[in-house]
Ligand binder design. Structure first.
Ligand SMILES: [Cu+2]
Length: 254
């Protein structure tokens, strides 16, 4: 092995060490973040959180590799570390196998991500929607700057608080009276734009009991800039047991 090649291997080994240390720090932070996830309040939230976690884990590995290579190279190959005769050896080298490997890896990772978590996650989310035999239909009306809810089958009309039973898939039917809005309950993971002259559906299966008063993540929040009142375009939410939902319907229907 000639000196230049040996130097390159040395540098490569150093880079691997930098990568492993960076990964250890980065992935520990990710694990800590995942442990402290605010709330996963629906089946859909678990699916999207799994996808986010997987992609964060992967992003850290790639970020540390790219960032680590830049920092490591700047230090390891700084001008003062080599003689004038030595430097061109590195600068002239076009390492074809490295470029081919990196390109192939980038394509493979992107294709793999399209399949998982992309297509697998969508299949799970759409599966819940298709399997829902008897979803609870709730009409959601957005306008600047408030939300109103109606339960057509239960005879509950135009309430300003969203009350839903735990464990049942809900078909939110989204409409807007004016501009674009976005229906989002942070605890439930998924959200959907509400578009003028369109009727859109968002299927959610809440799994965690709670109210906006006890956990602000359980609230309806517009998440698409819609004017002055946008940040305050919220509505309180109550996730209750099936029995309590029945009682609420009885007290609020006409
Ligand atoms: Cu808004």
């Amino acid at each position: 092995m000639n000196a230049a090649k040996e130097n390159l291997w040395k540098a490569f080994r150093g880079l691997v060490v930098v990568w492993i240390i960076g990964m250890a720090i980065g992935e520990t932070l990710i694990a800590w973040g995942v442990d402290n996830w605010p709330i996963l309040g629906s089946i859909q939230a678990h699916i999207t959180a799994d996808a986010t976690t997987y992609l964060m884990w992967q992003a850290v590995a790639i970020y540390v590799l790219v960032g680590g290579t830049i920092v490591y190279s700047a230090v390891r190959f700084r001008a003062s570390s080599m003689s004038d005769n030595e430097a061109p050896v590195y600068q002239k080298r076009t390492w074809a196998p490295f470029i081919v490997t990196w390109l192939a890896l980038a394509i493979a990772i992107n294709l793999a991500n399209t399949i998982y978590p992309g297509m697998v996650g969508l299949e799970q989310i759409w599966g819940i929607q298709l399997d829902a035999k008897n979803p609870l239909v709730i009409d959601v009306t957005a306008q600047q700057w408030k939300w109103t809810f109606s339960y057509p089958k239960q005879g509950v009309t135009d309430v300003s608080e969203l009350v839903v039973p735990e464990g049942r898939t809900i078909d939110f039917v989204l409409r807007t009276k004016d501009v674009m809005h976005d229906f989002w309950v942070p605890a439930w993971g998924e959200k959907k734009d509400v578009i003028p002259n369109e009727v859109r559906h968002l299927f959610i299966t809440p799994t965690v009991l709670g109210t906006t008063a006890t956990n602000p993540m359980i609230r309806v929040q517009c998440s698409l800039i819609c004017g002055n009142g946008h940040p305050l375009m919220r509505a309180p939410v109550k996730v209750v047991t099936a029995a309590n939902f029945k009682t609420w319907v009885a007290n609020n229907s006409f």
